[in-house]
Design a protein around this ligand. Structure first.
Ligand SMILES: [Zn+2]
Ligand SMILES: [Zn+2]
Length: 126
């Protein structure tokens, strides 16, 4: 199988999962499609996809593993410290904050790499 084809399958699998996965999680999913693929190949392709901006990475607080995110556009994350759930939040929410930062500090924000920690709606209800 061609490398480009493998990369395409890895990318599609990550996007289809619609969540944030470690390379190992993704490796198990991709193996259902390409049984002979190695974990090293999955890592190599993931790193390449990050380099070209197709996907993003994030670091969860309670696991040392890097998580891969099939969403390549800039966005931020909410991590529930109770159940570990990770939720995407859109940048539009930060517009008032960015304006405030510019107003108070004269600093123009052009990238957001934020992880906000707290308790998710479901955990709050318990
Ligand atoms: Zn929770
Ligand atoms: Zn995300």
């Amino acid at each position: 199988m061609k490398y480009s084809k493998q990369r395409e399958i890895i990318l599609k699998t990550l996007k289809a999962a619609d969540t944030h996965l470690t390379a190992e999680d993704l490796y198990h999913k991709v193996r259902e499609i390409i049984p002979r693929i190695s974990l090293g190949t999955v890592y190599r392709n993931l790193n390449l996809l990050v380099e070209v901006g197709e996907i993003r990475t994030l670091q969860s607080s309670d696991s040392p593993s890097i998580l891969y995110d099939g969403r390549g556009d800039e966005h931020c994350h909410l991590i529930c410290t109770s159940c570990g759930k990770i939720t995407d939040i859109d940048l539009a929410l930060f517009t008032p904050f960015d304006l405030l930062v510019y107003d108070k500090r004269g600093f123009l924000v052009d990238d957001h790499d934020l992880v906000l920690k707290g308790t998710c709606a479901e955990c709050l209800e318990k």
